[in-house]
Every structure is written in structure tokens, then in C-alpha cells.
Design a protein around this ligand. Structure first.
Ligand SMILES: [Zn+2]
Length: 210
């Protein structure tokens, strides 16, 4: 089983477990993200998440067949419905729900590192030119060498041929699980790579060049 698959499975199992609980029980059981767990249980009870189980099972099945090192973002439709993107919950709760390492949540919140910055790029410059750094879309590690994020299937340094596999996985997910979140359209990973003399953040030369 790949780290990326296991990381996704862990989140999906948590969601399915919350579906079996009352809002109060969810709040008590998931004390690292009580408000968020309570909200998911409440929405499920109100029958507002009825499409979610089928989508999550399908995403899990597809990701299992690709066996990626790094997990793709959770189905963006699901994330929208359960409230990952709205600002009702603290970044700590969302980070813990998504199993982000403590060191990375801390750097995101306390150092306000909401995107890839100079420090990440300086680290990237120490790698050989054929290396590509990838993360689960939306996850910003405290360092591209953060061991915890690599161990838990949230980031990796890969080679070009591995990137092709991940791009194929993104296509497959986009096809099987259509949704309307524009930022996450065909976008389940973030990619940092070199292109001749530039570092490219994103997919192609059309994306931002630093
Ligand atoms: Zn970290």
C-alpha cells in the first residue's frame, strides 16, 4: 500500500466514522477538531451529504489503483460540502482533520506561510535539476525536506516519469468526480520544478515563474 493511498484512506475512514455518530458524539470523539467533526455529523444527519459516500469510495478505488507516493487532495466537492474551505473553523482544526504534521500547521499559521515562499525556493535550489517537488494540493510544508510530511504521504521529491503518473491520476479523478470548484479543477497536487533557468510553480510555463 502506498503512503499516498493510506493517507487518503485515513481521512475517508474518519469521515465515514463521523457519519455513524451524533454531532455530540463526534465532538467528543474527535477532540483535535471538535467543531469541525460536529459540523460534519450534523450535515450528515440533515441528509445534506448524501452524495458523499459514493464519491469518496470512488476516489479511494481510483487512488488505490495508481498507488501514488503522495495523496491527491480530498475530492474538492466533498471538501466544499463539509466546509474545509470555509473560514468557520480554525486552521488548526482543518490541519488536524487532514492529518497535516504539527510542524507544518505551526509554520502555516504562526509564520503566515500561506503559500510557497523564498525559503521553499532556496531549499529547492539545493536539489539536482531533474528533481520535482510535489505536495498534496493545498498543503504547505514547513520545509520541502520535512520528514513527517514525506512519511505521511503529503509531499515528496520525485522524478519526471513519476510526475506523469500523478498527472494521469489527476485526469482520471477529474473525469470520474466532476465538481465546480475552479481552483481545484484537474488540480490535486502542487508542483515545484525547474525549467532551464527558472523555477516554475505549477504545471507548465503558463503558470507563475519565479
Ligand atoms: Zn513539517
Amino acid at each position: 500500500m502506498s503512503n499516498g493511498f493510506l493517507a487518503l484512506k485515513r481521512i475517508i475512514e474518519t469521515i465515514f466514522d463521523i457519519f455513524t455518530l451524533s454531532p455530540k458524539e463526534a465532538r467528543e470523539k474527535y477532540d483535535e477538531f471538535p467543531n469541525f467533526a460536529e459540523q460534519i455529523a450534523k450535515l450528515f444527519q440533515e441528509d445534506r451529504l448524501f452524495e458523499i459516500p459514493e464519491r469518496l469510495n470512488l476516489q479511494l478505488e481510483i487512488v488505490k489503483s495508481f498507488s501514488p507516493k503522495v495523496r491527491p487532495a480530498l475530492d474538492p466537492y466533498t471538501s466544499l460540502q463539509i466546509g474545509v474551505f470555509n473560514k468557520n473553523f480554525s486552521d488548526w482544526e482543518i490541519g488536524r482533520f487532514l492529518n497535516y504534521p504539527e510542524c507544518c500547521i505551526r509554520s502555516f499559521i504562526e509564520e503566515i506561510r500561506y503559500g510557497f515562499d523564498e525559503r521553499h525556493l532556496n531549499e529547492l535550489k539545493t536539489l539536482s535539476r531533474d528533481c520535482i517537488f510535489i505536495t498534496t494540493a493545498g498543503f504547505i510544508p514547513h520545509s520541502i525536506f520535512c520528514e513527517k510530511s514525506i512519511e505521511t504521504g503529503l509531499a515528496s521529491i520525485i522524478k519526471y516519469n513519476e510526475l506523469l503518473l500523478l498527472e494521469e491520476l489527476e485526469e482520471e479523478l477529474a473525469k470520474a468526480l466532476p465538481h465546480s470548484h475552479p481552483e481545484y479543477w484537474h488540480h490535486y497536487y502542487d508542483v515545484l520544478k525547474f525549467d532551464t533557468s527558472h523555477i516554475i510553480f505549477g504545471r507548465s510555463s503558463k503558470d507563475s515563474i519565479i
